[in-house]
Write a protein that binds this ligand. Structure first.
Ligand code: CTP
Ligand code: MG
Length: 556
């Protein structure tokens, strides 16, 4: 992150200067901004995974000579990349050029002898570095520079947004501040790779892949790490070796269903993580959920992890979101802002419950962008039409085919600004007929709701599922009320945006402040400034939509 004091102590013009400087030097890590990445999702995954396999995690003393540390490690082979960060102490992520260096380092490492406790010997890629003479620090030992893995505080974020030059600039600033950094992404792949080492003790050749917001390009610093234990590669590997008249099969244990198999596998991996996984704490086996999982904290990386298996469709939906995120630079900026807005108003929560999830919000933004004229994003059906034979993918009877090469998708001719899109998003969903319509990104059209859940967003691949089945009527109503209020605030801004002084939060920053829905202050503002006919009707609906008339979510 850019040092905050530089921005806070300088006038807006200087802040803008810094931004321009960063943009022209290409140091802005927004991934897809302004250009289309050419790599496919699986190419990125493969590359990062291979990188992670050559990487180790080392817990270091707080003060260390980086030069000597790197020299010491170089005896095992050349180092490609390294960085430090803090999480229960100082950690170094060290990526060697060759995988053999990791083995060499492991061969030169001992299992600690404990005093009264006993150590379970486990050869992992997580190490403790001890200094031989801790009482005699050399002058080269100093505090090292650490990369930051936490998002800025709300206060800092608001300040940065206030310094922005336009609402478009605010949305891009928010994206830049909250998105996963290169280092954080590396740490996520490394953590999966470390868990894979543990799972591989039972299931040789298994793969642990990250999915969800860690890889779909919509991840925010601090988001959980969703992992998928992939055992399918094992089957594929042996199938290649069959020839002639014979077919060899492993003798295996049979269980009554796929679900039971999943539960048994996760149960044993959960035990392993709990007993042998360095830094894996708080292991919870949640095996009776619709999608069974093992949840745990990985202390060294600081990630909250959810490990699942037999969940291949979720991996495919991560790939789909990655494509949508890479197609147009406005997509991620808008999704990040909507997610941040929802979190600021407690519409989303880290605790599961009857609230909207980030995944649902992302689907809503994608759907909204498909509905623009001309559309900013293509429908899933049109991505399927562009697919070739190699893209064909059917998982458990569900057709998950879509084009995976980004270069084959025509960019949108729509040139609407982020400011307009933000405002229109709130108006669109502030007036959406949630009571009768379903959101469907496959067709990019509203569909009749097939069931009576308050919010219906069709799962793009398992089309009979509603991804927002958990959302209650009152939570949906809260979303609608806040969307209407935010549309009103942005429309007001249009009229009385001050040209010089912006000491008060404005634009996107104003939307992140506590809500005034149904409060006296809104009524006061209404009296002070007569709104246009359109805004008046929005206000009417805000005033009339209490929990008692929650069914009015059609917004008419
Ligand atoms: N998923 C799904 N259906 C759901 C919930 C989740 O298919 N009802 C899949 C999606 O692919 C999603 C992934 O599981 O991306 C992980 O779910 P979750 O962690 O809830 O969402 P994220 O997209 O990772 O967002 P967050 O940043 O909130 O973790
Ligand atoms: Mg997640």
């Amino acid at each position: 992150l850019r040092p905050i004091h530089r921005l806070l102590s300088c006038p807006r013009t200087v802040a803008a200067e810094i931004k321009r400087e960063e943009q022209s030097s290409g140091s802005v890590e927004t991934g897809s901004e302004g250009r289309t990445p050419k790599k496919t999702f699986s190419e990125v995954q493969k590359e990062r995974r291979e990188q992670a396999q050559r990487t180790v995690l080392i817990h270091c003393p707080n003060k260390i000579s980086v030069k000597k540390f790197l020299k010491y490690l170089s005896q095992h082979g050349p180092i490609n990349n390294h960085f430090f960060y803090e999480s229960f102490g100082l950690y170094a992520v060290v990526e060697f050029c060759q995988k053999e260096s990791v083995t060499s380092l492991q061969n030169g490492t001992r299992t600690p002898s404990m005093g009264t406790e006993a150590a379970i010997p486990f050869r992992s890629r997580v190490f403790n570095l001890k200094t031989k003479n801790p009482s005699n620090p050399t002058s080269e030992q100093s505090r090292v520079q650490c990369s930051i893995h936490a998002p800025p505080s709300s206060k800092k974020l608001l300040e940065l947004l206030c310094y922005a030059e336009s609402i478009d600039d605010q949305l891009n600033t928010l994206l830049k501040e909250l998105q996963l950094t290169e280092e954080n992404t590396k740490l996520r792949y490394l953590t999966c790779s470390l868990i894979e080492d543990i799972a591989a003790a039972y299931f040789l050749d298994c793969t642990v892949r990250p999915f969800g917001s860690s890889v779909n390009s919509f991840g925010k610093l601090g988001c959980d790490l969703d992992m998928f234990l992939d055992l399918d590669e094992i089957g594929k590997f042996s199938a290649n070796k069959t020839s002639g008249n014979f077919l060899m099969e492993f003798q295996v244990k049979n269980v009554p269903s796929e679900r039971i198999a999943t539960q048994k596998i996760l149960s044993v991996i959960g035990e392993c993580l709990d007993h042998f996984g360095p830094g894996c704490v708080g292991v919870q086996k949640i095996l009776n959920a619709r999608c069974p999982l093992v949840r745990f904290s990985h202390q060294a990386s600081g990630f909250q992890c959810d490990l699942t298996t037999n969940n291949r469709i979720a991996l495919k939906s991560s790939e789909l979101l990655y494509i949508y995120g890479a197609l147009d630079s406005r997509v991620r900026a808008l999704v990040f802002s909507i997610r941040c807005w929802a979190r600021a108003h407690s519409l989303t929560s880290s605790i599961p419950g009857s609230w909207i999830t980030n995944f649902s919000l992302t689907m809503m933004v994608i759907f909204f962008l498909q509905r623009r004229s001309p559309p900013i994003l293509p429908t899933l059906d049109s991505l399927k039409t562009l697919a070739d034979a190699e893209d064909k993918c059917v998982i458990e009877g569900h057709n998950c085919t879509f084009v995976r090469d980004l270069n084959k998708i025509k960019p949108s001719g729509n040139t609407e600004t982020l400011e307009l899109l933000l405002k229109e998003f709130f108006e669109y969903f502030g007036n959406f007929a949630f009571n009768k319509n379903s959101i469907n990104i496959r067709q990019g059209r509203e569909q009749n709701k097939p069931e009576s859940s308050p919010l219906h967003i069709q799962n793009p691949f398992e089309t009979s599922l509603n991804i927002s089945k958990n959302v209650s009527q009152s939570q949906l109503q809260k979303f609608v009320d806040l969307a209407r209020e935010s549309a009103w605030i942005l429309n007001q801004e249009d009229k009385d945006r001050p040209s010089s002084s912006r000491s008060q939060p404005w634009g996107l920053a104003a939307l992140l402040l506590p809500s005034v829905v149904n409060s006296a202050s809104l009524a006061k503002r209404v009296r002070k400034k007569p709104a246009s006919e359109r805004i008046k009707s929005l206000l009417e609906s805000i005033k009339s939509s209490g929990p008692e008339n929650a069914t009015s979510t059609n917004g008419k």
